[in-house]
Ligand binder design. Structure first.
Ligand code: CTP
Ligand code: CA
Length: 223
């Protein structure tokens, strides 16, 4: 490999990154959302592009602007996110699922704004598809990366997700520490892989986490 290839270890690789949070409609003026800022996923997309990858960013709700030179697709609901990924999955080498996906959606979305007629209001929610689990079932050679934000029993829950979703890598994010995680510029994570020692990355910028994560992916792909 020549000098430029050495600095572009992801050259020729198609990578799809998801970021941000999903929103599920309740009525025309309300939704169910979450605290994801999109910063982690956007940082991964930007760093992957610097490493030479052909990046597609599928973003849920995030205030961040489209990164320059990266194909960015914006979606709102978990079902829209699922469709945007599934359509592009075959051609991908790597899929990194940093989006915070709503586990449930409203069963009967109201056509009109809901009035406060009653003293209590019950919304019935139904489960969204587990996108990553479905991809884990149909994957060919794709390297699949998931994220898990946990407030308790992090390592145990993360290990279970790694196996159940048939992932190559799971990034565990302990969100009980307010200084890191959602909306913060910093993060602190543990990387879990099947049959491998965990890698702990102590508090640092999301850009640096993105770089170290991608370096692990690159070294795994060489094996
Ligand atoms: N995920 C997904 N589809 C969903 C829910 C989650 O693809 N419907 C992905 C997330 O993007 C993340 C990973 O699965 O990469 C783990 O998400 P997490 O919310 O931690 O796990 P869940 O499987 O949803 O389990 P729970 O929320 O009950 O802990
Ligand atoms: Ca979840």
């Amino acid at each position: 490999a020549n000098f430029s290839d050495k600095n572009k270890p992801l050259k020729g690789k198609n990578i799809l990154v998801t970021a941000g949070g999903t929103q599920e409609r309740i009525d025309p003026v309300r939704f169910i959302g979450n605290d994801s800022s999109g910063k982690m996923g956007f940082a991964i997309a930007i760093e992957a592009q610097k490493l030479g990858a052909n990046v597609t960013l599928v973003s849920g709700v995030s205030k961040l602007p489209d990164p320059v030179g990266i194909t960015t697709i914006r979606v709102k609901t978990a079902v829209e996110l699922s469709e945007a990924i599934t359509r592009r999955f075959d051609e991908q080498n790597i899929l990194i699922m940093a989006a915070a996906v709503s586990d449930y959606r409203v069963q009967n979305v109201a056509d009109q704004k809901i009035k406060k007629d009653e003293d209590t209001l019950t919304l019935t929610l139904e489960k969204n598809p587990d996108i990553l689990k479905q991809l884990g079932k149909i994957k060919q050679d794709q390297y699949l990366v998931g994220f898990a934000a946990e407030t308790q029993n992090g390592l145990i829950n993360a290990q279970e997700k790694l196996e159940k979703k048939n992932l190559n890598l799971l990034v565990l994010n302990d969100v009980s520490n307010a200084a890191i995680g959602f909306n913060s510029n910093d993060n602190e994570v543990t990387l879990l892989r099947p049959q491998m020692e965990n890698i702990f990355i102590k508090q640092t910028s999301k850009k640096q986490i993105a770089r170290e994560l991608l370096n692990v992916v690159i070294s795994d792909l060489k094996k």
